[in-house]
Ligand binder design. Structure first.
Ligand SMILES: Cc1cc2nc3c(=O)[nH]c(=O)nc-3n(C[C@H](O)[C@H](O)[C@H](O)COP(=O)(O)OP(=O)(O)OC[C@H]3O[C@@H](n4cnc5c(N)ncnc54)[C@H](O)[C@@H]3O)c2cc1C
Length: 401
């Protein structure tokens, strides 16, 4: 391929999360020389579940891993949302009906272990000698000339690149350099995640074949099977009250106990199985139209981190990868033109994910009259109404593959 990207220096991908590894793979498949830099000493070590809507599988097909991902995935039958306090069913969205498949081009809704997805992407990367994967390398910043980019690292090693894809996540250092005033928006919630053997789950939970979610004031709990239903993935999300600074405080355990006690027996039982030692502070970003600075371009969470309400953060990163690799291919030597076209194409869709996720977050955790109104609205929606609300998101975007 004749392109600026075949110059003396490689294209550098910063960050080895799902977005970064997928980006390295897409560039490697196009014949570019790629160097991926990941700060951790192991790429893809975080092993919890991830859901992906029917919009994502065609992107994984484009990357050549769709079949393997399908085989490693659990296909839930429906998404069920309940009121944590009352047990009322708020919504039920079938995922394996003819109506679903007709609407979404026969693509599946999947749940997969992140480590499995990562490993499949990494395995595909290793088949390309032009992709080099570097761990224990933390990028601190960049400087650039019209022809290339120099990256500085904590390890003191300078890395030269013809272009840089910044896939360094929610708290991206490269975004901080590009937009110094722009910081993540903390939600005040923390997430605890656990994967347990299915045999340890309550008997009635073992029978469920759904993504099951219970939402109430100050918390939600969500769980689904993984790996042929041999494991249960559990996420417990809790609002940290102002008087408690950390989940390590003794007061947190007492607070959580009281919060859980107010709910239905099933989600209480499941939530109590979660390991509270690890936690993730939940935050998102304000939409920002500019994702590139010369030859450096943000993608995935670094560009448009979202709350998890639609379970689409990783999905959007994978869509970004396909879109950006197509523009890089189309624009040949003009990397900056490719970056501009990419951010123009992707901005509104990813901003919509960010905004709808915030509204849903509010719907999940509201209380009192607002919760009653929310419950009435949700329970009046039938299956078709749910699909209509999700069509913009779940309908696969076109890929030129
Ligand atoms: C509780 C929870 C549940 C979620 N569930 C879903 C779901 O069901 N479906 C879904 O699609 N999404 C889900 N998400 C969102 C999803 O995890 C993210 O959107 C996705 O992982 C973003 O991928 P990324 O590659 O952009 O960033 P990340 O996965 O954050 O990867 C960034 C990588 O960059 C590395 N890095 C960071 N800084 C540097 C640096 N300076 N130098 C070198 N390397 C660096 C990091 O170590 C990391 O490996 C969930 C998120 C959470 C918190």
């Amino acid at each position: 391929m004749t392109s600026a990207l075949t110059a003396q220096h490689p294209v550098v991908v910063v960050g080895g999360g799902i977005g970064g590894v997928a980006m390295a793979l897409a560039l490697g498949r196009q014949g570019h020389r790629v160097q991926l830099l990941e700060q951790a000493d192991q790429i893809g070590a975080i092993g919890y579940g991830v859901q992906m809507g029917p919009n994502v599988m065609p992107m994984l097909d484009f990357l050549g891993v769709g079949e393997a991902v399908r085989a490693a995935s659990y296909m839930p039958k429906e998404i069920l949302l309940y009121d944590y306090l009352t047990g009322q069913t708020l919504s039920s969205i079938p995922l394996q009906t003819d109506a679903f498949y007709q609407r979404y081009q026969s693509q599946p809704y999947i749940a997969i272990h992140r480590a499995d997805l990562h490993e499949l992407l990494l395995k595909a990367c290793r088949q390309h000698p032009n992709i080099s994967l570097n761990q224990s390398t933390t990028v601190t910043g960049y400087s650039q000339t019209p022809d290339g980019v120099s990256l500085e690292t904590v390890q003191g090693e300078g890395v030269e690149a013809v272009a840089v894809m910044a896939c360094d996540g929610l708290r991206s250092r490269l975004r901080a350099q590009m937009h110094p005033a722009d910081v993540p928006r903390e939600s005040g919630y923390v997430a605890h995640r656990s994967l347990i053997p299915m045999a340890q789950a309550p008997a009635h939970v073992q029978q469920r074949q759904s993504v099951t979610m219970w939402a109430g004031p100050g918390l939600h709990v969500i769980y689904y099977p993984l790996r042929q239903a041999s494991m249960l993935n559990i996420v417990l999300v809790v609002r940290l009250p102002e008087h408690i600074a950390s989940t390590q405080d003794e007061a947190y355990a007492a607070y959580l106990q009281n919060l859980l006690d107010q709910g239905q027996p099933e989600p209480q039982q499941v939530a109590r199985l979660v390991n509270l030692e690890r936690r993730w502070a939940i935050a998102d970003r304000e939409p920002n139209r500019t994702w590139h600075d010369g030859r450096v371009c943000l993608l995935g969470d670094a560009a448009h981190a979202t709350l998890q309400s639609l379970a689409q953060g990783a999905g959007m990163a994978i869509e970004d990868v396909v879109c950006l690799s197509e523009y890089l291919h189309a624009h040949g030597t003009d990397v900056t033109a490719a970056f501009k076209a990419f951010e123009r194409t992707r901005f509104l869709r990813t901003a919509r994910v960010q905004w709808v996720s915030r509204h849903l977050w509010e719907d999940y955790h509201c209380e009192g009259v607002q919760a009653q109104v929310r419950s009435e609205i949700f329970s009046q929606r039938d299956e078709q109404d749910h699909y209509r609300c999700l069509d913009w998101l779940w309908t696969p975007q076109s890929v030129a593959a």
